[in-house]
Write a protein that binds this ligand. Structure first.
Ligand code: ADP
Ligand code: ADP
Length: 223
């Protein structure tokens, strides 16, 4: 059975209905690409799935627990402990080392600083970041910084990682490398991955693709 289920999602911004009838099931450990034109509602769908936004109608259920009707506090807790997030830009804190940036979500979840940094550092080799633990974000390349962002998303061992155009700011070659490492590290850690992408080649590397058009979702058949 799916770990995360969304059905009948409707989301409006003022008079504009962005999601009309969106649905998505995410099974444990699978990788799902979300594709669709700009402005079709992909980011909004991710926000609703991850409890960042409350849909105007429809349901979101995580391991049998309704997310959409829970308190802001409980949804924030789910985001901290069960979900991981990767964005187009990693948004690392410039005054912290790479390892400290990755350790931050663990510290926020109550792990002591030393243990958090040690555990964070164990993620570095698999992401090709060996030896960069003490670097400041300003001294990292774009691809390295994005991989630190991926490590940070995986640090709490989330069940589901949401990635919104994680390679959108990178050149093709760097983006391919980052995407390979994101897919491999999520799969290796047993996390499901929901990735918004415009890149057909990235979508083909996922287990399946969901198309979003005019706020509606459908399974995309592969040619
Ligand atoms: P996508 O990720 O597919 O590009 P989004 O979910 O970001 O689509 O946005 C869908 C539509 O909703 C777009 O037309 C966008 O301009 C609009 N939109 C997004 N966020 C807001 C907001 N906070 N207020 C008003 N309109 C918004
Ligand atoms: P500090 O005096 O804060 O320990 P260091 O020069 O030893 O400073 O380390 C630089 C940064 O790297 C520090 O901010 C520290 O928190 C962090 N750090 C410490 N130990 C490790 C480690 N094993 N792996 C990665 N980063 C570490």
């Amino acid at each position: 059975s799916p770990v995360l289920t969304a059905a009948g999602l409707v989301k409006r911004y003022g008079d504009t209905t962005v999601l009309h009838d969106a649905a998505l099931d995410v099974h444990g450990g699978e990788t799902v690409a979300v594709m669709g034109p700009s402005g079709s509602g992909k980011s909004t769908l991710l926000y609703c799935l991850s409890g960042v936004m409350t849909p105007d109608a429809g349901t979101v259920t995580y391991r049998g627990e309704r997310v959409d009707t829970r308190s802001d506090g409980r949804r924030a807790e789910l985001r901290r402990t069960e979900f991981g997030f990767v964005f187009q830009f990693p948004g690392l804190l410039p005054e912290l080392s790479a390892a400290e940036n990755v350790a931050l979500p663990l510290m926020l979840a109550g792990t002591d600083r030393r243990t958090a940094i040690t555990r964070a550092s164990t993620l570095f080799p698999a992401l090709g970041l060996d030896g960069l633990e003490r670097r400041r974000p300003g001294a990292l390349s774009g691809g390295q910084a994005q991989r630190v962002g991926i490590a940070r998303a995986l640090a709490t061992e989330p069940a589901v990682v949401f990635a919104d155009e994680p390679t959108g700011a990178l050149d093709t070659e760097t983006g391919d490398e980052v995407m390979s490492l994101l897919l491999a590290s999520a799969v290796e850690r047993g996390a499901a991955l929901v990735v918004v992408t415009h890149d057909e080649r990235i979508a083909r590397r996922c287990d399946r693709t969901v198309a979003v058009a005019d706020g509606r979702t459908s399974a995309l058949e592969r040619s």
